[in-house]
Design a protein around this ligand. Sequence first.
Ligand SMILES: [Zn+2]
Ligand SMILES: [Zn+2]
Length: 218
Amino acid sequence: MLLIGLRLDPLDAVLITHEHTDHINGLARLAARLKVPVFISEATLASLPAKKKLPAVEYFRPGHSFQIGDVLVEPFTIPHDAVDPVGFRFTSAGVRIAQATDLGYITPNVKDMIRGCHALILESNHDLEMLRNGPYPWYVKQRVMSRDGHLSNSATADYLRDEFDAEARLLILAHLSEQNNHPQIARLEASSALEQRDATDTRLVVSSQTEPTEVFTF
Ligand SMILES: [Zn+2]
Ligand SMILES: [Zn+2]
């Protein structure tokens, strides 16, 4: 946020999807620094290492919406190898945004939650060939590819081509693997799927682990 000239003080909360290290590293320090509550499920909090104990916590339950200021937050269950993993849908002033990363496949419930959104942040984790031929141990490869793992570029492309409602004006591909993916490959697969879907009004953005994504205004 600082890199793109945004201040941290307008932040009201931190929301946690699940307990995997890539999602909670630095959480305790961040929450202490921002002095804002961390919204988290009870099971996810219980599974955090003891040193991650947080100053202020608000519990949510998947499937039960709650409010942060004027934003309605709807956490929904996703299939992933964590204790209580969720995606989020946010609604405010008639704008609806959904985020779903870290999921092995797109369940019917996830499809319901991401339908009709104005912006979509969707996982495009790995290229199957790169993963198969890459350096990960076999059991990790199996984990990533499983129904509790991560969405591949082609799984995301299949969804976009066959089921995407083309409502979103913005589609952000997220959670790309550094080892097993390349931004151009992810972009190519998704953009050709969008073309086949005739989703010409949907702008495609590929997010990065090392650079901030631009700010979008609705
Ligand atoms: Zn995860
Ligand atoms: Zn992750």
